[in-house]
Each structure stands twice: as structure tokens, then as C-alpha cells.
Design a protein around this ligand. Structure first.
Ligand SMILES: [Zn+2]
Length: 391
């Protein structure tokens, strides 16, 4: 087991899917180190093993037709690497999830609670996740910059995507380009038909396409920035959604943080999954992500007084189906942001935004970046970064 943390190697020095980036790791890991990593955080199911061949001498990454993509020669003995000092200042990328504003309903992150005793019988109580995510990121950015950390944000205005435009502006200026990209390999006849299908999609379907494009673009701009670490900021939902889109407020409230990993065989035919499996297998990105995630969870529990999620809860089935537990409240999961960002990366879910107490604290009518709850969440991330990176 190698006990080193090399910040240089976890920097996003990798061009898109250029496997020669991994040449540094030739003759570096032993077979048992590779096996341990696959089991501990990378391989959710047996399907993944169809995409590699592991022997005493090598680890071969394969495509869906069993063609070799990359061969990594293995070391026969373990050895330790001296600790590399990180460079200063630290570069942090913050990604406030979703968009908020007019789009909070379309993105399904608009938590309008039914009146209950716990929420003071309010019938106008709404939490818009995209907005509280942004306020939390802005509060965290201030705290980090005050101690000399460089901060990059994937978006900085309510309702404005990582493309720097709103949904309507994207439809007007980028949708055609998106459609052309999707139909480029079709015959002329098919092109016409498919193009028509795209243009006949309803607003929600077009918004879903825009959201997905925005999500991958967030990872892209973060990779261009080349951070030392990236954090996607979210709030969870744990209650029951009714037909009129209101929520029965969640009696539960809990905290969790995700790292990348937990790949599934069903998606391994995608190049980005294979490439990022290799990255997480070989670099220290995962170890650093877990270290940060543990420190952040500790902060959430201390500052927010919210318990760590119990994975047996039926309201969090994804912890069993899609995730691999790394520690209390820390789970590897193949979420787009933490998978596609080529650096240590976490995605935080500090509390349940549809819990009545959180609803009153994060009330869309009054919440802003100075609100007590937003400050406490930002402080938890801040303390986690300070602890994990020894600032
Ligand atoms: Zn979210």
C-alpha cells in the first residue's frame, strides 16, 4: 500500500482521453494494489470486469469488443514514494448545482412544502435548490479567498448556466448546433425526420437536454481551469412529492458526501467512463477526495447538527444500488461531475432541503448568502478544505 499523496499527479494534466497520460504509472502498482482499488471504490458490478484483463504482469483496459485500449505493466514489489509538497496557492473549483429562479420547477428542484405544525403552517414555503447552492458557493468563495485560495465558479448568477446564458438564450443560439451534432452521421432522409422530432419536443424535454449539456459543460470548464480540487454543491430532498408538485415535508434530515468511483458495467462502453476509471485507478484523486469528503462530513455534523445518513433508509436506495461506502456518510458514486472532473472532486448533500426546519432556514423569500444556515454549510466546506489540504 503506497502512503503518498502527490498533488502534482492529481492535477488535471490530462488531455481528453489521451491514455499516454498514464505512462507515468508503468511498473508502478502491483497486482494486489490494483485489485484493492478496483474492489474498494471502482467496481460496482461484475460487468466492469469485461472491460479489463488483470494478470501478475499487466492491467489491460479493453473496449466493448475486447480490443486492448491501454496496457499498464505492473510492479512486482510495492515501494513508497516520498511525500510531494503541494504548490501554493490552492486552486478550488466550485460548482453550485442546478440553476434556480424561473427554472427551479423545470429542473425538479423546487421544494414547496405543505403546511405543517413544524413549518409554522406556512403555505408559501419554498426552497429553490439552485439558489441556495449558489448562495452557499458564494459564501464559501469569500471564506476561501480571504485566506489566499484561488476560486473558480462554474456559474455565478441565478438562472444563468455554465454556458453564460439562460435556457431561452441557449434554445435560440445553441439548440440548432446541438441538433446538428446529434444528426451528423445519419442519412439525408433520417436527418430530416430526426431534426423534426427534436424541434417538436416539448419545453420540459428541451430543458432536460439543456440541463444535461450544462452538466457536462460544467465539468469541461472545471477541467480547463485545472483545479487542485473541485466541489459540486447541492442540497438533498428526502420527502414525498405529491401530484400537484408540493412536498409532504420530510421528517428525516441527514447528511452525505459523494466521491467519484462505483462504475457500472452497463456504461463501460463509453470512452469517458473507461478513461476516468483508469484515472481514478492510478492517480491519488480518489484518496484526496475521500480525505476531503470525510473532513466535510465531520463539519456538517458539527456545524449543522444533522446526522450522517443511515444507508438502510428506504429514502436513500441509491446508496445501496449505485454507491460503494468509503466511510460513514462518504460514498463513491458515478455521478457525472465527480466522474468527469479530472481532479479530486466531491459532491456535497449537507441537509434535506424539504425538511420543515431546513425549509424555514432556506426560505426562498428571505434566504441569501449571509443567512445563518448558508453560512454554517459554507463554513463546514471551508473547515474541510483547510483540514484536508493542511492550510
Ligand atoms: Zn441537487
Amino acid at each position: 500500500m503506497k502512503t503518498w499523496i502527490c498533488f502534482f499527479l492529481s492535477l488535471s494534466c490530462f488531455a481528453q482521453f489521451n491514455y499516454s497520460n498514464f505512462d507515468f504509472f508503468q511498473n508502478f502498482y502491483t497486482k494486489s494494489e490494483i485489485q484493492e482499488r478496483l474492489k474498494n471504490y471502482l467496481q460496482k458490478d461484475d460487468g466492469v470486469s469485461k472491460f479489463y484483463e488483470l494478470s501478475n504482469e499487466s492491467f489491460k483496459l479493453l473496449d466493448e469488443n475486447k480490443n486492448e485500449i491501454y496496457q499498464l505493466l505492473l510492479a512486482q514489489d510495492t515501494f513508497d514514494i516520498p511525500f510531494e509538497k503541494k504548490r501554493a496557492p490552492l486552486r478550488v473549483a466550485l460548482d453550485p448545482g442546478h440553476l434556480g429562479g424561473l427554472y427551479s420547477r423545470l429542473e425538479g428542484r423546487h421544494f414547496h412544502q405543505l403546511p405543517t405544525i413544524e413549518n409554522n403552517l406556512r403555505d408559501d414555503l419554498v426552497v429553490k435548490e439552485g439558489e441556495v447552492n449558489l448562495y452557499t458557493a458564494l459564501a464559501l468563495k469569500k471564506k476561501l479567498e480571504a485566506i489566499g485560495v484561488e476560486v473558480f465558479m462554474t456559474r455565478s448568477e441565478i438562472g444563468v448556466s455554465s454556458f453564460g446564458v439562460t435556457f431561452e438564450q441557449w434554445l435560440e443560439n445553441h439548440f440548432e448546433e446541438y441538433v446538428q451534432k446529434q444528426i451528423k452521421d445519419l442519412s439525408e432522409e433520417e436527418k430530416k425526420e430526426k431534426k423534426l422530432q427534436y424541434y417538436l419536443l416539448n419545453g420540459q424535454d428541451k430543458f432536460d437536454i439543456f440541463s444535461t449539456e450544462d452538466l457536462y459543460h460544467r465539468a469541461e470548464v472545471v477541467n480547463q481551469y485545472k483545479p487542485d480540487v473541485a466541489i459540486s454543491l447541492h442540497y438533498n430532498s428526502c420527502g414525498v412529492k405529491l401530484a400537484d408538485n408540493r412536498y409532504i415535508p420530510s421528517k428525516d434530515n441527514f447528511t452525505m458526501v459523494f466521491t467519484g468511483g462505483s462504475f457500472e458495467g452497463a456504461y463501460m462502453d463509453r470512452e469517458s467512463h473507461r478513461y476516468n476509471l483508469m484515472r481514478l485507478l492510478l492517480t491519488e484523486d480518489h484518496a484526496i477526495s475521500v480525505k476531503l469528503a470525510k473532513a466535510v462530513v465531520k463539519g456538517f455534523v458539527k456545524n449543522l447538527k444533522v446526522p450522517i445518513v443511515d444507508p438502510s433508509l428506504h429514502i436513500a436506495p441509491y446508496l445501496k444500488s449505485f454507491s460503494i461506502k468509503q466511510d460513514e456518510g462518504v460514498y463513491a458514486r458515478s455521478l457525472a461531475f465527480v466522474r468527469e472532473v479530472e481532479a479530486p472532486a466531491i459532491l456535497g448533500e449537507p441537509t434535506c432541503a424539504d425538511n420543515p426546519f431546513e425549509g424555514l432556514e432556506l426560505d426562498s423569500l428571505v434566504v441569501n448568502e449571509d443567512s445563518a444556515r448558508i453560512q454554517a454549510v459554507a463554513q463546514s466546506y471551508f473547515e474541510g478544505i483547510v483540514e484536508a489540504f493542511g492550510l
